[in-house]
Design a protein around this ligand. Structure first.
Ligand code: MG
Length: 311
């Protein structure tokens, strides 16, 4: 098997002023992080988590890797918060899927209530179990799933990244099949629309990742858009792994994650309320790649003009 099309979309929603969600859509790694904290601290926490995963995952596979990456993100956020009073207490959820095309498996690691779903054979399955107050109450039989959906404290999570020096990460491995569609989302989607609605949106979009992401974000906003909403979607296809993915290595010119995070938090006009932000490829590093492509195109044009004049 191999990974096919992928799409990611994040939106501030209709009630919040800032978008504290972040994501990675950088094959073979896909992740969503939903930050919390005062001022811009939630945004910083989620972006630090996304940047750590994206920076370190190249060429790696497996559950242990996912656990290590998430622990590393935890450490980085925790230490950053210790040294910055404005960021004290910041934290984030994280749900990460790392595809191993050679083994045909997907390693899943998560902390908090951002969810991973699998759509297979026309059915939707929630892969992750929320680390949330209401989910614990449902698991112990003290709340019905219907009561949980309406509960005033349904956004309270029982585990987060960055709030303690160490974190317990839940991991498992899924045997992937051609035709699978994987969906990762923040609670801004799953608390606004029900699972059966998610499935009907996927069906209406004919499982096309761009269309699925757009329609799901629209659906969450139409249902009230009470929180930031982020959706990452990717498909699994029949076929051999693409060779370049096996030899994936970090780009030497990529900025450090700290630099990318600073840029992303302070200078992203597209992240203002009401403007969905889309990335098909890299999350934090995407804009640098785009800038590089523009500079290359300009250099090529200059060379052509020079060549024309020289003849
Ligand atoms: Mg949220």
């Amino acid at each position: 098997m191999r990974t096919g099309r992928a799409s990611a979309l994040t939106d501030t929603g209709r009630r919040r002023m800032q978008n504290e969600d972040a994501f990675v859509c950088d094959p073979p790694l896909y992740a969503v992080a939903d930050g919390m904290g005062g001022a811009q601290a939630g945004e910083l926490a989620s972006r630090l988590a996304a940047a750590t995963l994206e920076e370190r995952a190249a060429g790696l596979v497996g559950e242990e890797t996912v656990t290590e990456l998430i622990r590393e993100a935890n450490d980085r956020i925790y230490r950053h918060a210790l040294g910055d009073p404005a960021a004290a207490g910041m934290g984030t959820t994280v749900t990460a899927l790392l595809v191993d095309e050679v083994a045909g498996t997907i390693a899943v690691g998560h902390v908090g209530d951002s969810r991973a779903y699998l759509v297979r054979d026309g059915a939707l399955e929630q892969l992750t179990a929320d680390h949330s107050l209401v989910a614990e109450l449902v698991r112990t039989g003290r709340l019905t799933p219907e009561e949980a959906e309406q509960h005033p404290h349904r956004s309270v999570i029982t585990r987060a990244l960055g709030t303690e020096p160490d974190v317990e990460v839940d991991t498992f491995t899924v045997a992937a099949e051609p035709g699978d569609l994987y969906l990762i989302c923040s609670d801004g989607l799953s608390s606004m629309i029900r699972d059966d609605e998610i499935l009907s949106v996927v069906a209406a979009a004919e499982a096309h990742p761009d269309s699925v992401a757009e329609r799901l974000v629209d659906a969450a906003n139409r249902a009230g858009g009470e929180d930031n909403v982020t959706v990452v979607v990717f498909e699994i296809l029949e076929g051999e792994p693409l060779p370049e993915q096996e030899a994936a290595a970090p780009e030497p010119d990529e900025p450090t994650a700290e630099a990318a995070v600073t840029v992303a938090v302070e200078e992203d006009p597209a992240a203002a309320p009401g403007h969905p932000v889309r990335r098909h490829g890299a999350g934090a590093g995407g804009r640098w790649l785009a800038l590089g492509a523009i500079l290359l195109a300009l250099a090529a044009a200059a060379l052509l003009v020079w060549w024309g004049l020289a003849r």
